[in-house]
Design a protein around this ligand. Structure first.
Ligand SMILES: Cc1ncc(C[n+]2csc(CCOP(=O)(O)OP(=O)(O)O)c2C)c(N)n1
Ligand SMILES: [Mg+2]
Length: 487
């Protein structure tokens, strides 16, 4: 949906609906964080109404886009969006925000509330896990996509805040995302210069955008309340295929609150009756709590219809793909069901029975065996991938030492979460690994194999990748010219 076609006045109403639902819920609970939902409502509205691909009637659609709210404390932003976008979250659940047994806990919980893709709260963890989700998407795409059949081409979109950017785990995962060139990952950085303890410069003075540029990210800067600027930045970010994107959006925390906007008072305290009443007046909002105007409902209904249509088209492609590639279809099911042999533990123990060696070598042998037996397993080991591998050889993510924590989030989420999650790599029917040895980055591909762009992932490949045995096998399996290294 192009919200350009929505009159400016209605667009303003849509954003203010998100704001007031969040502020009313926090006020009712007398607990929660109104500041960021008010400040980031413009970012979220443009993203959800124009870019995020979802079908609320099928929240588990495999090729839906994923949305990650890394700062889980701003949960009411997400709950307002889920309610308005016709996910299974009623207005009554918003009224029960932070109450025992409700679907609207203080921080979003995956598996508890439909539409929540990730449990978030510990700052940075959401960001790092989103990197893993994006990696999982890329690996699935490389395994299953066929020419003109992009079964998996979804994006992972996220909103993060100043607190996320202060976390080491964010830096580690961002470094890895840049190195791997995860073009399907886009984060809006809600840069309101306020955290729980006051102004950002109390604790942090670095240039985050330039730091991310150094990691290899595509970085843009926008006014986070200017819909045209947000739209343009999201559009350009979506066009990136070999770089993750960071959109540094300057926002005002608590936007709309007459006396508290822009202060840290609004970070994690209800606005208070008087301030909320004054905000209603200032934004010309009816004196009714949890109010959703009818024309706002219609905007979201239209959005839901678009999502349904997109999923229908995908389903048709999926059915044709399955017919054309029955073997890949079986592999898809195996991944989705997270299949593993019933006697996995016994087989792993047998693989090193009677052997005497260093623990890490035996561990490495067991991991190789596990990798051969479980198609969806992915992993890595900081600087221990070679020569005595502690990491799976065939589905290995290479990461440097001192990036371990970020990498653990990343790889754990890569193996468990595109949904909850099947992973992309596979073994041959005989159980012999045939997939390439590691997930490569453009940099390693360029160094080793030249500059030819892989048309499918998209990455780099060269004629050299076609001469080795595993590359031929990978090519035969996928029947595409995907980069052998990242197939
Ligand atoms: C790892 C971690 N440390 C501390 C906290 C407590 N905490 C919750 S919100 C917050 C400040 C977050 O600042 P920012 O991301 O800028 O959010 P904003 O104030 O803009 O809403 C802190 C420190 C946390 N959630 N996770
Ligand atoms: Mg902040």
């Amino acid at each position: 949906m192009n919200t350009l076609t929505i009159p400016a006045e209605l667009r303003r109403k849509c954003v203010n609906t998100i704001r007031f639902l969040a502020a009313d819920a926090v006020e009712q609970a007398q607990s929660g964080h109104p500041g960021t939902p008010l400040g980031a409502a413009d970012l979220a509205f443009v993203l959800w109404s124009e870019f995020l691909r979802f079908d609320p009637s099928a929240p588990d659609w495999p090729n839906r886009d994923r949305f990650v709210l890394s700062g889980g404390h701003a949960s009411m932003l997400l709950y307002s969006l889920l309610h308005l976008s016709e996910h299974d979250l009623t207005l009554d659940e918003l009224r029960r925000f932070r109450q025992w047994g409700s679907k609207t806990p203080g921080h979003p919980e995956f598996g508890h509330t439909t539409g929540v893709e990730l449990t978030t709260g510990p700052l940075g963890a959401g960001f790092a896990t989103a990197v893993g989700m994006a990696l999982a998407g890329k690996m699935l795409a490389a395994r299953f996509n066929q020419p003109k059949m992009p079964l998996v081409d979804a994006h992972v979109w996220g909103i993060c805040g100043d607190g996320d950017m202060q976390e080491g785990v964010t830096a580690e995962a961002a470094s890895l995302a840049g190195h791997l060139g995860l073009g399907n990952l886009i984060f809006l950085y809600d840069n309101n210069n306020i955290t729980i303890e006051g102004h950002l410069d109390v604790a942090m003075g670095e240039d985050v955008g330039r730091r991310f540029e150094a990691y290899g990210w595509y970085v843009q800067y926008v006014d986070g309340h200017d819909h045209d600027a947000i739209r343009a930045a999201l559009y350009l970010a979506q066009k990136q295929t070999t770089r993750p994107s960071l959109i540094v959006a300057k926002t005002v925390i608590g936007y709309g609150a007459p006396t508290k906007a822009g202060t840290h008072d609004v970070h994690g305290t209800p606005l208070g009756k008087a301030e909320l009443a004054a905000m209603r007046k200032a934004l010309d909002w009816p004196d009714e709590t949890f109010h959703v105007p009818e024309d706002v409902r219609q905007v979201w209904q239209k959005r839901a219809e678009e999502g349904k249509k997109a999923r229908g088209e995908w389903q048709q492609m999926f059915d044709a793909w399955r017919k054309e590639h029955p073997d890949l279809g079986k592999l898809w099911d195996a991944h989705w069901k997270r299949e593993k042999p019933a006697d996995l533990a016994e087989q792993l123990a047998a693989s090193v029975a009677g052997k005497v060696d260093a623990t890490r070598s035996l561990s490495g042998a067991v991991i190789q065996k596990a990798c051969a037996l479980v198609p969806s397993l992915v992993g890595g080991a900081a600087s221990r991938a070679r020569p005595r591998s502690c990491a799976p050889r065939w589905r290995r993510i290479n990461w440097p030492t001192r990036r371990s924590r970020g990498a653990i989030y990343t790889s754990a989420s890569a193996s468990t979460r595109w949904d909850r999650f099947p992973m992309a790599w596979s073994c041959s029917a005989a159980g012999r690994p045939t997939a390439p040895r590691s997930w490569c980055s453009p940099i390693t591909c360029v160094r080793r194999f030249g500059w030819r762009r892989c048309p499918s992932c998209p990455r780099f490949s060269s004629s050299r990748t076609t001469v080795s045995g595993w590359a031929r096998t990978a090519r035969r399996i996928s029947r595409s010219s995907i980069c052998g290294r990242c197939a």
